[in-house]
Design a protein around this ligand. Structure first.
Ligand SMILES: Nc1ncnc2c1ncn2[C@@H]1O[C@H](COP(=O)(O)OP(=O)(O)OP(=O)(O)O)[C@@H](O)[C@H]1O
Length: 605
């Protein structure tokens, strides 16, 4: 099976990582964020302090046990009780505040990422321009990677600080109590002071090197796992969204095959993760188990020679454990580090894509004409829409439309026709300023309301009232206004359903959905209306009725329709027909199409 090209993983360096993390900490929320972080660090340091106290308590306990002193034993138990209570309270609040900081940071970041994604139509261009993409599934980048970026960063940073302070606190305890070790080499006697500290360092270094060497592939594997999971979920959502079409085509077997293929990707990659994790766990578990016995083995000679008491031996063992644990921060955090790095790489790719799409160079200049000096707003709106030397291309540079010039006067009704795939919708996309590939100038009249109706209108999930008001907020139009427009558009039966919530694009027929789009037109009352096969699913009579209503309800409205049906000709005064200059009928992108402008016999408009 052919695998789809995967977005290349972005490699990130420290400045790039810092650029992802920094913004929140210097934002308008910085003081609250920093205060929370400081409080959490203080609580974590408090835990380290209690651990230091417990280490000393440990020594006293074993000495008291050895000397069978019951009174001291009882007092030690009280000491432990209050230390344990404080530890529990500090540990609970440390987690609670960390979670609070995480959700604040995530909320702030998500808000920024949603803005970036929706700004300059990056969300649209990312889907359009498939070439050279560095990230996929933007929904997952925003929903999941920001979640792990905030959670993992806090866990890693706080873990690192705790480990560093634990290391500093216990190194000097271990240094002081472990004493020097002496040996002779080359007929000379040598002494290594605080030799247990060096043993711990050597032990942790060997372990860290081993874990890094074994676990390296996990970063790439985690990156892919998230991608495959998102692809699978997206596949399931597609079936849900297109349930009716799949059912009518009896496409279940094909869907199953495609979903299975995506699940296979998940399973294969998961096996690779399991293999690496198994090797990693072998290393980590041996390392962890050996750490229990290693300090006892190393300090046993001094205990048996009588140089240290049992209490000191146990204190050494405990302090060694703390030092070794702190030095093993890298080993213990390796899995988190691997998934954190994969999230960072994915977010860097997403940011690069969004930035590239926002700054996509375009030579199509779409601007709003400034009103001529002393011109009234009405006169400004009278100015027509002007298209000069417009060339349109496909994203890969092939020519679609060549040198098109036109002027649309106010109140003009224009029909755009031509073979399928010649670029009619693309011309409308260019006028709507969402198609960047090409060159030329488009001037829109000042203060004119422009509305674009595609063949399949978008109906958000929610109440019918909200779907009809879109993109205005629910409540922008009164129920009376909406009801009278529903009546006009031959949808009286929906008047009762304004407050109902449903997935309207699944519930209503395509013809009804197109009539709903016309309701939006009558509610919004645009000055210029583009209809891209917006009535193709209606019966001929309803289509004619709505076209007749347009100039009646919206006097002076400019209408530009894309349509294949010749019955619509009589509602238009001008035709723009896409054709090959050479007369060739087949699509050939080398030469592009030309548009012939011709007058039409006056109809009812
Ligand atoms: N994002 C894209 N990437 C690559 N090619 C595209 C993209 N969008 C459109 N095209 C191509 O551009 C050409 C023009 O598409 P357009 O939708 O403008 O055609 P049309 O004339 O409106 O067709 P129809 O009458 O079938 O609606 C088609 O060949 C289409 O495949």
């Amino acid at each position: 099976m052919n695998k789809k090209p995967s977005p290349s993983a972005v490699r990130t360096n420290w400045p790039a990582i810092w650029a992802l993390i920094k913004p929140y900490w210097i934002s308008d929320q910085k003081w609250r964020a920093r205060a929370l972080l400081l409080a959490i660090i203080a609580l974590n340091l408090g835990m380290v302090y209690i651990n230091v106290r417990l280490n000393d308590w440990n020594r006293q306990l074993y000495d008291v046990l050895q000397s069978r002193n019951f009174d001291l034993f009882k007092s030690l138990l009280w000491q432990f009780t209050y230390l344990a209570f404080i530890y529990v309270a500090v540990a609970i609040y440390s987690v609670y505040l960390t979670q609070a900081l995480q959700i604040r940071w995530r909320y702030w970041l998500t808000d920024r990422y949603m803005d970036k994604w929706l700004a300059h139509r990056a969300y649209y261009r990312i889907e359009q321009g498939r070439e050279g993409r560095l990230s996929d599934n933007p929904d997952q980048r925003i929903a999941e990677d920001l979640h792990s970026l905030t959670g993992d960063t806090l866990a890693l940073v706080l873990g690192f600080i705790s480990s560093a302070v634990t290391l500093a606190s216990f190194v000097h305890i271990l240094w002081a109590i472990s004493g020097p070790i002496g040996f002779s080499l080359f007929h000379q006697s040598w002494q290594i002071p605080g030799y247990m500290v060096w043993c711990a360092v050597a032990y942790a270094l060997v372990g860290s090197g081993m874990v890094w060497w074994i676990g390296k592939p996990l970063v790439g594997l985690n990156f892919n796992q998230e991608r495959f999971e998102a692809n699978f979920r997206f596949g399931l959502i597609r079936v849900r969204e297109h349930a009716e079409a799949v059912a009518l085509y009896r496409g279940e077997a094909q869907e199953k095959m495609q979903l299975q293929a995506r699940m296979d990707d998940i399973r294969d990659n998961w096996w690779n993760i399991m293999r690496v994790t198994k090797k990693l766990n072998i290393g980590i578990n041996f390392y962890g188990q050996a750490a229990n016995i290693f300090p006892l083995l190393v300090s046993a000679p001094r205990y048996f020679s009588g140089a240290i008491t049992l209490g000191v031996l146990m204190q050494i063992s405990n302090a060694f454990g703390q030092v070794q644990d702190a030095l093993s921060w890298f080993i213990n955090s390796f899995t988190t580090l691997a998934s954190w790095k994969a999230s960072i790489n994915r977010l860097a790719g997403f940011n690069a894509d969004v930035q590239r799409m926002q700054n996509l160079p375009t030579n199509i200049r779409v601007r709003v004409q400034k009103p001529v000096h002393h011109q009234s707003p009405d006169a400004a709106a009278q100015q027509g829409l002007q298209i000069e030397h417009l060339n349109l291309n496909l994203p890969d540079g092939r020519a679609l439309l060549k040198d098109f010039n036109a002027r649309i006067e106010r109140g003009q009704h224009i029909l755009i026709s031509g073979p399928s795939g010649c670029g009619k919708s693309t011309l409308v996309r260019a006028i709507a300023d969402i198609w960047p590939y090409g060159e030329g100038r488009i001037a829109l009249p000042a203060d004119a309301g422009v509305m674009f109706l595609p063949q399949r209108s978008y109906l958000p999930i929610g109440t019918l009232r909200a779907a009809l008001s879109y993109p205005a907020a629910e409540g922008a139009f009164s129920d009376e206004q909406i009801a009278s427009c529903l009546e006009l558009c031959r949808l009286p039966h929906l008047k009762q359903a304004l407050a109902e919530t449903a997935n309207w694009s699944q519930h209503l027929s395509p013809g009804e959905q197109q009539r709903l789009a016309f309701v939006r037109v009558f509610l919004n009352r645009p000055d210029i209306l583009f209809l891209d096969e917006a009535s193709s699913a209606m019966d001929g009579e309803t289509e004619e009725a709505l076209y007749t209503l347009l100039p009646q309800q919206l006097p002076g409205v400019t209408v530009v329709s894309i349509a294949h049906r010749e019955t619509l000709v009589r509602f238009h005064r001008q035709r723009w027909h896409f054709s090959r200059s050479s007369g060739a009928s087949a699509l050939c992108y080398e030469e592009g199409f030309r548009v012939e402008v011709s007058g039409l016999r006056a109809g009812p408009v």
